[in-house]
Write a protein that binds this ligand. Structure first.
Ligand SMILES: [Zn+2]
Length: 502
């Protein structure tokens, strides 16, 4: 059998070439054995972030989860004796349950993280990643005697636990048609733009796949301001879409709108780009009806803003980088200074590396990569956020074996009961909405609410308060009492708030 592979003698771009050929022990063909004078020092797999599989010949442990069904790049780091430099050899990646991958390239003296051309790189399709992940890598040439240091592991295959199940993040973009200025302006939801959103989410989230669909435009005549005016009303309209559309619980709704012609016009003098209602619990799943966020639809900022806001919906707080960030919104457990990504990153589509040793910033021409939950430029994702997103996503996202039209395999959702909902603005004023059906939550994370009945009695209840992430104010839900109530009192950030039902 002939191997149909591009020979990349200099730049080892990740051209994994699948072949079913057995390279060793064929009667008629050449015998490929481990190259002498070569030592494999490290093997790493990248599904946006570097996870070291083996170091110094032994399996490594890592905080970076592996995700089944997610495209990956495997890099083999090695050292070669001086006389071997420039020799073209064959790299092979064997994966249990999948065809071997082959690349060819010229040896260098030493591999480095920052230099893709210094490693043997294999583009691994997501279908080759399943639990457990078992592999062996080899650097081979035609010869008689095998060199064991040109293989890892030296014999057999090394097995790794795949922490992330196959899962698909599903997002519905909900365009709002902006009529407040008479323009009827719509954000770009062309197939090309939707694919940009999808690819961005796929790069940053620990998922096997992302589906992005677009809802019919929703006419909107209320003003939406660059510092938060009208954003709460958008959220309230968005909240109703899931029930109106009959959408399953795993889907995230994301409202997009363009209150001015261009991003520059909208954001002159500063602006908010997106808004989410924050609530940390239950941490492993969140609440289905709050799987929503809103943001501007300008192409320059919309995909990154979507990733950031949906990160908040996954319960993620801010990473410390960038101007104007509320100190109380910063995740105290975020592990890296300046909102960095902590470990090497790699865009497995473009093969662009993300250097964690460079300092992130909101300014400058060439800042280091920042975590997507920061306010800095050159956004990527830290291992901390990546693991946090998986913690939520593995419980919420549907397995990707289930197509978008199939709803039959969904896990049963908790019963929904009547709740009262009050929108509270930044001045502590309340807007008592009609009652809504939503999942009953336990006492965890609840706050006391004092209610007045129609006949003047006071009863005590417990509610759940969801604060806006980038604005003061938030939403209060509490279970509808058995008797009618017309006044609610609670404490928000230490300040008393009293709302009368109109
Ligand atoms: Zn934020």
């Amino acid at each position: 059998m002939k191997v149909q592979c591009a020979i990349l003698a200099v730049a080892l771009a990740a051209i994994g070439c699948a072949t079913g050929e057995t390279l060793e022990g064929e009667d008629s063909g050449p015998t490929y054995v481990g190259v002498d004078g070569v030592w494999i020092q490290q093997v790493a797999i990248y599904q946006s972030l570097k996870r070291v599989l083996a170091e110094g010949g032994v399996p490594a442990v890592s905080n970076v989860p592996l995700v089944a069904g997610r495209d990956a790049v495997v890099r083999v780091f090695y050292a070669a004796a001086p006389e071997k430099i420039g020799t073209v050899v064959r790299g092979r990646l064997e994966i249990t349950g999948h065809e071997s991958l082959i690349v060819e390239g010229a040896l260098v003296g030493q591999s480095f993280d920052h230099d893709m051309a210094s490693t043997f790189n294999f583009g691994v399709p997501g279908d080759a990643i399943s639990e457990p992940f078992e592999y062996r890598v080899s650097l081979l040439h035609e010869a008689e005697d095998d060199n064991v240091t040109a293989h890892h592991p030296a014999a057999g295959r090394e097995s790794h636990f795949v922490e992330g199940p196959r899962n698909t993040l599903r997002v519905i973009l909900a365009p709002f048609q902006y009529n407040a200025d008479g323009s009827g302006r719509l954000p770009d939801t062309s197939p090309a733009m939707v694919e940009i959103y999808r690819q961005r989410l796929l790069a940053l989230y620990p998922v096997s796949n992302v589906e992005v669909t677009v809802r019919d435009p929703h006419p909107w005549s209320q003003p939406i301001g660059n510092w938060g005016e009208g954003w709460d009303s958008v959220q309230w309209a968005l909240y109703a879409f899931r029930d109106q559309d009959g959408t399953s619980a795993d889907v995230y709704y994301y409202a997009i709108f363009n209150p001015a012609d261009t991003y520059e016009q909208y954001c002159q003098g500063g602006c908010i780009l997106g808004l989410t209602l924050m609530y940390e619990g239950p941490p492993d799943v969140g609440t289905p009806d709050m799987r929503m966020a809103a943001g501007v639809g300008y192409w320059e900022v919309a995909p990154d803003t979507t990733a950031h806001e949906l990160g908040h919906v996954h319960g993620r707080l801010h990473a410390p980088c960038g101007p104007g960030m509320d100190p109380n919104s910063i995740d105290p457990a975020f592990p890296y200074a300046n909102g960095g990504i902590g470990v090497w990153g790699l865009d497995t589509v473009t093969l662009e590396l993300k250097d964690p040793t460079k300092t992130p910033s909101a300014f400058g021409l060439d800042p280091g990569p920042s975590d997507m939950m920061a306010y800095c430029t050159n956004e990527w994702v830290s291992d901390y956020t990546f693991a946090g997103l998986l913690f939520r996503g593995k419980n919420v996202n549907l397995p990707d074996i289930q197509g978008p039209t199939s709803r039959s395999l969904q896990r049963p959702q908790p019963a929904r009961v009547d709740h009262e909902l009050i929108l509270i603005d930044g001045q502590g004023r309340g807007d008592w909405k009609r009652s809504v059906k939503r999942q009953a939550l336990g006492p965890a994370g609840s706050i006391p609410v004092s209610l007045r009945t129609l006949d003047g009695q006071t009863i005590q209840a417990r509610g759940h308060y969801y604060r806006y992430n980038h604005l003061p104010g938030g939403w209060l839900f509490f279970p509808k009492p058995a008797v009618s109530v017309n006044r609610a009192e609670l404490s928000v950030d230490g300040k008393p708030v009293a709302v009368e039902r109109r």
